[in-house]
Design a protein around this ligand. Sequence first.
Ligand SMILES: *Cc1c(COP(=O)(O)O)cnc(C)c1O
Length: 429
Amino acid sequence: MKYYSLNNKSHQVSFEEAVTNGLAPDKGLYFPIEIPKLPQSFFNSIESLSNTEIAFEIIKPFVGNEIPEKELKQIVSETLSFKFPLVKIEENVFSLELFHGPTMAFKDVGARFMSRCIAYFNREKNQKNVVLVATSGDTGGAVASGFLGVKGVEVVILYPSGKVSDIQEKQLTTLGQNITALQVDGVFDDCQDMVKKAFLDDDLKYKNLTSANSINIARWLPQMFYFFFAYKELKKHNKPLVTSCPSGNFGNICAGIIAKKMGLPIQHFVATTNANDTVPRFLENGKYEPKPSIATISNAMDVGNPSNFVRIQEMYNNDLKEFSNDFSSYTYTDEETKSIMKDIYSKFNYITEPHGAVGYLGLKKELKNYPENIGFFLETAHPIKFLDVVEPILGIKLDIPTQIESVLNKEQKSIKIKTYNELKEYLSK
Ligand SMILES: *Cc1c(COP(=O)(O)O)cnc(C)c1O
């Protein structure tokens, strides 16, 4: 499969180049030149396939012959070394729990897949890649864990000092080996700006910098796997499907839409946001007007200019009407989020964290338009990752899962920086 830059269709590269560059030289996002269609027989017999078999079939055409089947199967199987339970909350409403991986956020899937692809590409090379990533919390931990010990890769994570949760900070700063955490005196946007500047800096070209945010196709594409896993479970109900994704950079929902274009029978998508409502406003008035991000309790979705939205528009040829048939987007306040978290807990004895709760709200709203359908929302992180928010709202004490316990007593190490020059100096070492 070849990938083109969304800024220039004639600039086409291989899967390997797209993964190791992250972004095209003209700063466009990469996009596959075609979206393969899966045969009907695949969907007819999907119940008989394991998660690894399903994922292998889906990702194979996107990788082509650049990774041999045997190795690709191995990569997929290691990526999916944990469960993806679909939990019934109430009649026709399910939670797809994506948080059973090593760092307890869905980003584990993409990070594990991407790191193993890079390891494969570096197997006989002497080159080093530097994965540079800015995080508001979850991405950094998943990338650190996914890339730990991977040959030929150095990971540098920038996080805003004092702005990530204690658990998230532990996950970023305790691994050592090829992972370095830089604690930035500033907010998330400052981290993001420094990373962008580094990618554009000609003095750092020789460093082979790449990103591990969902702009990277190897982080983004595997996120379509779990939409297929949900379908496999829900198929027996014989009802059309709606799904709701709590959305920040819109990587997850964009992967879901690719799955639909490949033939996965999901009738309708809901991108649910917090106060960062650039896309809901776009669907209302047709104007795409990004805004600076607003801080909320679902902070992994505090994104004012979602980077994957251009990919979604590409799939609909910028046709707003066709797009609106398949897609809705709603925005919710922190108050609404807190209130629904309490409701879900008291009515169904189910603990959500703020991102999943926002997803639930959007799903319930959409199901009013599709009363015959069945729906699932993505529960994108384990409540423990947002314990400072979840415990006081629900008035409960959460048990600490083993994945988290194992990092709590480890020693934290990070380097404090303030300016871009300090980052550059570090990278040039
Ligand atoms: C990253 C993240 C999101 C947003 O996902 P996108 O693919 O960027 O839309 C939602 N919830 C949690 C917990 C996250 O970490």
